[in-house]
Ligand binder design. Structure first.
Ligand code: GLY
Length: 322
C-alpha cells in the first residue's frame, strides 16, 4: 500500500525531493531520518493537539536512536500564523541553538506546516525542512510545494516564502485522530485538485464519494497519492506560481475572503468549497464553464458533505486577501 512520489524541480538533482506515503510510516520516521541525515540536530515543531498524540513520542524515539532532538510547541489554530507566534518560535529555535545544518521537522496540520516552514525558510537564512502533515488538508495540499508563511491582518499568507521541503512523509493512519470537520476540510482540497487539474480523477471521486473514511486506509492512501501526484506535477512545472500553479487557487479568491469575513470561524476547506461553487457559478454565467460541469461540481460537494452556500451574513472587518 505504499506510494512514493518525487517532486522534480528544475535546477539540479538536489532540488528533487521525495514524498513517502504509507500507512504506519510514522513509526519508521526516526530510521528514515537517520538514513538521510545522521548526526544533525532536529527541531520538531508541533502544536498543542498534535504534540499530545504524536510529537512527544516522536521526539523520544528520535532521542533514543541518538538524535539531539528538541520539541517546540505552538498553540493550535489559525491564530498561530501570526507575527508574534512566528517571532516566539524563531526565538525558541535560536535559544535552543539551531544551526545552519539543523533540520526543522514540521509535524502537524496546515498551520504548523506553514508557520514552521516559514521559520525554517528564514531562521539563519534557511535550514532544511521536513514536512510531516497530520491533517488531510496538509497531506494533500499544503505540505507539498514549498509555500510557507503567516497571515497579516490585511489577509491570509501575505508574509511568506517559497521554501521547498527536502522530504515529505505522509501517514494516512493518523487521519483516525482527526476531527470529522477537519477531515472534510481536506476533502475540499482534494475536490479542488480534481476539478482544477484532472477530469478522470474528478469522475473517480464522483463514483467513490461515499468511500471517504479515515479508517479506509487503502482508499485514502490511493486518493492522497493521486491528489499529491497531480499537485507535484504542477509544482514541478511552475514552482513560483507564475501560471499553471494559479489553477490550484480555485475557490481560494472568494474562499479566503469568506474565511476572513467570518473571522476564521469557517474552516479553510469549508470556505474553499463555498468559494469553488461561487466561482463555478460565475464561470457558468460568463460561459467559461458548462452548466452541466457546474452542476457536477455542486453535486460532488454535497456528496462529500461539504457546504455549498455561504453564511447569510458576512462582515468584512478586515481587508481582502490574495
Ligand atoms: N495551495 C495551493 C498551492 O500550493 O499552490
Amino acid at each position: 500500500m505504499k506510494r512514493n512520489l518525487l517532486v522534480r524541480l528544475p535546477g539540479g538533482k538536489d532540488r528533487t525531493y521525495p514524498i513517502l506515503i504509507e500507512p504506519g510510516i510514522l513509526r519508521r520516521l526516526p530510521t528514515i531520518l537517520r538514513e538521510r541525515w545522521s548526526g544533525r540536530s532536529l527541531f520538531v515543531i508541533s502544536d498543542t493537539n498534535v504534540n499530545r498524540l504524536y510529537g512527544d513520542s516522536l521526539t523520544r524515539s528520535l532521542k533514543r536512536i541518538g538524535y539531539d532532538a528538541v520539541l517546540v510547541e505552538v498553540p493550535a489554530g489559525e491564530a498561530s500564523k501570526s507575527i508574534d507566534v512566528y517571532y516566539g518560535l524563531v526565538t525558541a529555535l535560536l535559544e535552543k541553538k539551531i544551526r545552519r545544518g539543523s533540520i526543522v521537522v514540521a509535524l502537524g496540520g496546515g498551520v504548523v506546516g506553514d508557520l514552521a516552514g516559514f521559520a525554517a525558510a528564514s531562521v539563519l537564512r534557511g535550514v532544511t525542512l521536513v514536512q510531516i502533515p497530520t491533517s488531510l488538508l496538509a497531506q494533500v495540499d499544503s505540505s507539498v510545494g514549498g509555500k510557507v508563511g503567516i497571515d497579516h491582518p490585511l489577509g491570509k499568507n501575505l508574509i511568506g516564502a517559497f521554501h521547498q521541503p527536502s522530504l515529505v512523509v505522509i501517514d494516512p493512519t493518523v487521519l483516525k485522530t482527526l476531527p470529522a470537520a477537519e477531515f472534510r476540510n481536506g476533502i475540499a482540497e482534494i475536490v479542488k485538485i480534481a476539478a482544477a487539474l484532472d477530469p478522470k480523477f474528478f469522475a473517480f471521486l464522483e463514483r467513490r464519494a461515499g468511500e471517504f473514511d479515515p479508517a479506509n486506509r487503502s482508499f485514502m492512501t490511493s486518493v492522497i497519492a493521486m491528489a499529491v501526484g497531480l499537485k507535484a506535477a504542477v509544482v514541478a512545472r511552475d514552482e513560483k506560481e507564475t501560471g499553471l500553479r494559479k489553477s490550484l487557487n480555485l475557490g481560494h479568491t472568494l474562499g479566503h475572503a469568506i474565511e476572513a469575513a467570518t473571522g476564521y470561524r469557517l474552516r479553510h476547506g469549508e470556505a474553499v468549497a463555498i468559494g469553488m461553487v461561487l466561482e463555478g457559478r460565475i464561470a457558468a454565467i460568463t460561459g467559461l464553464l458548462s452548466m452541466r460541469d457546474y452542476v457536477r461540481l455542486e453535486r460532488l460537494r454535497l456528496a462529500v458533505g461539504l457546504p455549498t452556500r455561504q453564511p447569510d451574513r458576512l462582515h468584512m472587518k478586515k481587508g481582502l486577501s490574495s
